[in-house]
Design a protein around this ligand. Structure first.
Ligand code: DGJ
Length: 743
């Protein structure tokens, strides 16, 4: 898959090609990333031009057509003759930042190396091939290894970089990007996923313009505000056709993705750790490994990019027992009770859950210390005896006795001023000496750079998990970092704190999750504030957003699905009026919307009307019939408009296809909607076995109303002619069609 011939590396798997040239024996030029080329013979050679104010490197002083400022770089350095954004920057002991990393050799091998202490995609030896390109600066004694992996089955490459100091004087990495690329034009729209708390991953698409555009987080978390993802799509690219590059960073802390359109109209993209919150001292003999970037190329539109990410992350990033398992239908008590619960109330919820067919009860925030609001007790991981006088074990056993699984909430990374933990260890937090600390939700961030703090947390969390029958853990994280320094580090290393903190999080996640392989872990950060590929390596699902309103969720889940598969997204039905936006939507819309992901409920199910309870039972019965298709199948966004959304879920074996359609506001004099399905077998017949329009609510999995008849269609008709949506006569309309293929 990886060929080296006459100074060209051609990384290809028959789906994509990625080409790098070694120029003049020392520089690496980026030459191609796109649809596969059978053999790269350089049909479009680089043209040297004498461009004003674009200098030459020293060795080519008299060759005015050889400037790094003009030629496409693979991993650009700062300060020699390229004025565009660099991929790395190194501060030397003499205070300058000029280094030169030149090609010295390479190695190609089967498989993919693990990245020490970092989350990373993985492969068996026969599934992927890796290229390591070695660069060296013999003056400053620096080595860099560019690591590229291509998988046999995926239209993507994975890249990271390892730096080494092979001298004896320390230097500082001020920037160490994981990925850089120079594309020959700028006829692209950038697409990023922006938002805020309870409003994550809205899609923003706009044409690139000259200058530098950055999508970043400096919050110590990948963040609600920007997702560690950026795409470059051709202007004409749609969900279903056209070229797009998607870049996803496998990391959960501060990051930066910069795009520069420079003077000659080419585009450079650089992605990695955020240089604004990062620096790393490398002493002689030490090395530094960056996290990795997954770069997808698709010429089949945005859906094809997403489907590649979904398949790849499900099969080569998520690990453990639950990787391919259907997830239990849960009820979480957060929106049902907030902090106001006791053992009696939770037992009642368990009774109601049992009656409705729910499989897992999750006890959220407030079960520990003296926690009755969000001002206290984080870190005091022992049971709140006022609320649960008979203890956690007793409660968990009672839930189990009803045939339900039991889940528990933690926020291990934090503490409060008002906590036993903080009173005992006031020095265990991230802080600076001379300035006061800022607060977020009254909490402080524990210094996970410290081994003793990490060991303590692993011990207390594991103790609870050992001593109580717990099947699921929700791991929350509810503030971003300020004054984010570990005072245990020497002054010259304190800028390492944010990244070391993340390595600390990964360390405790690895130790806790691997000690309890039978517990299903869900990550959370005030909803989807750390919904990223880094965390998914440790925990197979993430709470998508604190916003449970179905209308908002349509767009939050749509944006999330650009990169992450349904099986990773927690999605719950909540009460109306909705607690975040006050909207009233029908149960059917809330349920069909939540069925996109790890389906559950988050409301006081005991207080529901009898009619709603009957509906919930029917929805659960329906869901059980389609769950493998919804959670393990292929996901396609058929329609992504502001007022209308249609999603398709196709079972892995193609035998069942579920389509959902939502229309937020009903309209007068509107065009009737026909939805064209996708990816069906044109020659096979699909039988419509279940049809659930709004307001006709007999959803027991069979025909839904008297007018329903089982109908058969060939796949080609469903794809090319489409399915007509009955006239929508209500706001917040949700429909479902279930087809079974006749083989
Ligand atoms: C934020 C989470 O996203 C919520 O679901 C809930 O667990 C609260 N934290 C509890 O404090």
């Amino acid at each position: 898959m990886i060929k080296y011939d006459k100074n060209f590396f051609h990384i290809t798997n028959g789906k994509i090609s990625y080409v790098i040239e070694i120029s003049r024996g020392r520089y690496l030029f980026h030459r191609y990333f796109g649809k596969a080329i059978r053999e790269f013979r350089d049909s479009a050679p680089l043209q040297g031009l004498d461009r004003g104010f674009s200098p030459q490197p020293a060795a080519w002083e008299n060759e005015r057509t050889y400037s790094l400022d003009v030629l496409p770089q693979e991993y650009p350095m700062r300060g020699h003759s390229d004025f565009r954004i660099p991929a790395y920057e190194i501060e030397l002991p003499d205070g300058t930042n000029i280094v030169e990393l030149f090609y010295t050799g390479h190695k190609i091998y089967n498989g993919k190396p693990a990245l020490k202490n970092l989350p990373a995609s993985y492969a068996k030896e026969n599934e992927a091939q890796t290229l390591e390109i070695y660069l060296e600066d013999t003056v400053s004694k620096i080595k860099a290894t560019l690591i590229y992996t291509i998988y046999e089955k995926f239209s993507l490459i994975v890249r990271s970089v390892r730096f080494e100091n092979f001298g004896d004087k320390p230097f500082k990495l001020r920037q160490a990007a994981s990925f850089a690329i120079d594309l020959p034009d700028h006829e692209f729209d950038s697409i990023n996923l922006y938002g805020g708390h309870a409003a994550e991953r809205f899609i923003e698409r706009k044409p690139l313009g000259h200058g530098i555009y950055e999508v970043a987080s400096s919050r110590g978390a990948s963040s609600h505000q920007q997702s560690p993802f950026i795409a470059l799509a051709r202007h004409e690219t749609t969900e279903h056709q056209g070229e797009i590059y998607g870049f996803s960073f496998v990391y959960s802390g501060s990051f930066s993705a910069k795009v520069e359109v420079e003077q000659f109209g080419t585009t450079r993209l650089v992605m990695g750790l955020n240089p604004a919150t990062f620096s790393w001292q490398l002493d002689g003999g030490e090395s530094f490994q960056t996290p990795e970037v997954v770069a997808v190329y698709s010429d089949g539109g945005i859906n094809a990019m997403s489907q590649t990410f979904h398949e790849f992350y499900r099969n080569h990033l998520v690990r453990g027992k639950f990787q391919h398992e259907l997830r239990p239908i849960l009820v979480n008590n957060w929106e049902a009770t907030y902090f106001d619960f006791d053992a009696q109330k939770i037992s009642e919820l368990a009774d109601c859950a049992k009656e409705l067919g729910i499989e897992l009860l999750v006890l959220d925030d407030g079960w520990f210390g003296k926690r009755n609001d969000d001002n206290s007790s984080l870190g005091d991981w022992f049971v709140n005896e006022e609320k649960l006088p008979a203890g956690l074990k007793d409660l968990a056993e009672k839930v189990h006795a009803r045939g339900l699984k039991f889940g528990l909430w933690f926020e291990p990374e934090m503490t409060n001023l008002d906590s036993e933990l903080y009173r005992k260890h006031p020095d265990w937090i991230l802080r600076v000496e001379k300035y006061p600390m800022s607060f977020g939700r009254h909490q402080l961030v524990l210094d996970l750079v410290r081994q003793d703090v990490r060991d303590y947390l692993v011990e207390v969390v594991c103790k609870i998990l050992r001593e109580n029958p717990i099947d699921y853990v929700k791991w929350d994280m509810n503030r971003h970092m300020t004054e984010a320094f570990s005072l245990t580090l020497p002054p010259e290393r304190r800028m390492e704190s944010q990244h070391r903190y993340m390595l600390g999080v990964y360390d405790i996640m690895e130790r806790i999750t691997s000690a309890f392989p039978n517990i299903l872990f869900e990550s959370c950060s005030g909803g989807g504030g750390r919904f990223d590929a880094g965390i998914l390596y440790y925990m197979p699902q993430t709470w998508t957003s604190d916003n449970t309103d179905a209308v908002c969720r349509l767009s939050i889940q749509k944006g999330t699905s650009y990169v992450f598969p349904p099986l990773t997204m927690g999605a719950h039905v909540s009460v109306t009026p909705n607690h975040q936006v006050g909207r009233v939507t029908p149960m059917q819309m809330r349920a069909f919307c939540a069925m996109l992901g790890c389906f559950g409920y988050e409301l006081d199910i005991c207080k529901m009307s009898d009619e709603d309870k009957e509906l919930v039972k029917k929805h659960i019965a329906l869901y059980k019939k389609i769950q493998p298709t919804m959670q393990l199948g292929k996901f396609t966004r058929l329609l992504s408009e502001e007022n209308e959304t249609a999603w398709q879920f196709t079972a892995q074996d193609g035998k069942q296809v579920v389509m959902t359609y939502f229309k937020i506001l009903s309209q007068p004099a509107h065009n009737l909607r026909k939805i064209k399905m996708a990816g069906l077998d044109a020659e096979k017949i699909y039988k419509l076995t279940t049809y659930v329009p709004p307001k006709k609510l007999s959803v027991d999995g069979g025909p839904q109303d008297t007018s329903f008849e089982e109908k058969d269609f060939y796949g080609d008709e469903l794809m090319y002619n489409g399915v007509m949506v009955e006239k929508v006569e209500t706001d917040f309309a949700a429909y479902m069609w279930v087809f079974n293929r006749v083989d």
